[in-house]
Design a protein around this ligand. Structure first.
Ligand SMILES: Nc1ncnc2c1ncn2[C@@H]1O[C@H](COP(=O)(O)OP(=O)(O)O)[C@@H](O)[C@H]1O
Ligand SMILES: [Mg+2]
Length: 260
């Protein structure tokens, strides 16, 4: 499939504050990002920097934010969000969020049913999806409980692909996995972006992950950087005060000296 690198989702000066937070306590503010098809984009940031919050805004779960979010030039606040979530974006979580007592294929078929997919052979499609993420017919009928963490994440990725969304967003998808499995999962996301032209966004604090992405944004905790800014201004003011006194004092002493 040809990569077209079109902007799929963009954030224009987005800011967010939890309702119970203080008046000026924003998790982040003035964020303008672009996520493109055919690209693997990372949003990195320390724990608590607002990565999960940002994903809930992108998926339309949190609506009261500053700025605008556009999906293919359509304002997210003006479109049908259920339809958007059921057809345009696929979400993958750190803890997989599968139903543990169902089999791998049942989890995927359930998601297809919830999303109202009809005109396809669901069993056939499920096997195709599972194979595309490196699982076999043998995994298909195994309960999720009996799959390894890496295998569960593969099922979760296959589930997110079941309605062929343009965009996949993943919240720390390798956070519970060892390094080797992290790489395998990352390779699936790379393939989805580079070969299937998906717009893939991975939120992560893993250096190994963001270093391999095509584009990287960094979320910094605005609360901290704002307070640093204030401190810096204070420092500058004190420094100017000091300079002013020094010049004044020196002038006086120079005058005194020349008068003598
Ligand atoms: N429901 C909530 N109510 C109030 N504050 C929250 C809520 N959820 C998260 N926060 C706060 O928002 C900040 C960002 O959280 P989060 O988006 O989970 O960060 P990350 O995913 O980067 O670890 C944290 O300071 C967190 O305590
Ligand atoms: Mg998080």
């Amino acid at each position: 499939m040809k990569k077209d690198n079109k902007v799929i989702l963009s954030l224009d000066k987005v800011g967010y504050r939890y309702e119970d937070a203080k008046k000026d306590e924003y998790v982040f503010k003035d964020i303008s990002y672009e996520f493109k098809s055919g690209k693997l984009t990372a949003v990195k940031g320390k724990s608590g920097s607002g990565k999960t919050t940002l994903l809930s805004l992108i998926s339309g779960l949190e609506k009261k934010h500053l700025g605008k979010i556009y999906f293919e030039d359509k304002d997210l606040s003006k479109i049908n969000l259920d339809k958007y979530r059921n057809s345009e974006i696929g979400i993958v979580f750190q803890s997989y969020n599968l139903l543990p007592h169902l089999t791998a294929s049942e989890n995927i078929i359930l998601s297809m049913d919830i999303n109202g997919l009809k005109k396809i052979n669901k069993k056939e499609k499920t096997l195709e999806l599972l194979k595309s993420v490196g699982l076999t017919e043998e995994h298909k009928d195994r309960r999720v409980l009996k799959l390894s963490g890496g295998e569960q994440q593969r099922v979760a990725i296959a589930r997110s692909l079941s309605y062929n969304p343009k965009m996949i967003i993943a919240d720390e998808p390798t956070g519970n996995l060892d390094q080797e499995t992290e790489q395998e999962i990352l390779n699936i996301f790379k393939r989805l972006a580079h070969e299937e032209n998906k717009c893939v966004v991975i939120v992560t604090h893993s250096k190994n992950v963001w270093e391999q992405c095509d584009e990287v944004y960094e979320l910094q905790n605005n609360k901290k950087s704002n307070s640093k800014k204030i401190d810096k201004n204070k420092e500058i003011n004190i420094w100017f005060l000091f300079l002013w006194y020094t010049i004044k004092y020196k002038r006086k002493s120079v005058k005194k000296w020349t008068n003598n």
